[in-house]
Design a binder for this molecule. Sequence first.
Ligand code: G
Ligand code: G
Ligand code: MN
Ligand code: NA
Length: 251
Amino acid sequence: IELENDLKKAIRNDELFMIYQPQFDLSTEKLTGIEALIRWEHPRKGMISPVEFIPIAEETGLIVPMGKWILRTVCEQNKRWQDAGFDPIRVAVNVSIRQLQEDDFVDSVKEVIEETSLEPEFLEIEITENIMRNVSDLNHKLIALKEIGVTVSIDDFGTGYSSLNIISDLPIDSIKIDKSFIDGLVTKAKKQVLAKTIINMGHNLNFSIIAEGIETREQLSFLRNNSCNIGQGYLFSKPVSAKEVEEYFLN
Ligand code: G
Ligand code: G
Ligand code: MN
Ligand code: NA
């Protein structure tokens, strides 16, 4: 309850901020995009992990205004990078099931795209696989997002409940293989089979495949040798501030 009240104040007190983790094309090693991740610097408790406060935000519904703040902050930041003359990149934003359940979710994306003048192709919406069974009208919402021109990826892929049948009918652009498949990729034959299968299946459905949580060179070579398209993880970089993105990653 205390954390919940603090969280209500966090947005207007400027305690929330976004950090960014770069994603690279595994064949060219070029930067292709970044994932935005929220952080909370609590005035007394210090840094609080989203693992702790996102569930509270979801339960209380606070995720809805917070999610709007996140979308706006990220689109404004991406637009500022472009206006400063850097090569345009796509920025991915995590969206909770609770946000997608809102009737006005698609409208709120449209609004932020219009108000920030960011071209929609430079915004990616990350939704978790479990959205499949929790959002009614999902197909219509995703089609409407496609019409706006933003891209959509399925996060934490392989941990949820979606059937391939459902996935193959959805207008999505990419899938992110969950970190649990990348861990143990080099030593466990079963993980290798699963990762390969996800990559092949995804390619057959015309999805781009992103691997997250890459920590070692061995994981990277395996993924590269098996035609995974994009990689993200501590091997390349941990999530960094907007300023560090400019300094180290943008061209
Ligand atoms: O960044 P980190 O690995 O600590 O994130 C932990 C969890 O919090 C992940 O599941 C991630 O998807 C989620 N998360 C991080 N940032 C956001 C955000 O901006 N919005 C939502 N909805 N979830 C986020
Ligand atoms: O659920 P989601 O995929 O959005 O969560 C992304 C989270 O994973 C981020 O909070 C980020 O901090 C974390 N992360 C990113 N790369 C790595 C990595 O290489 N290793 C580990 N352990 N965590 C990572
Ligand atoms: Mn994510
Ligand atoms: Na994930």
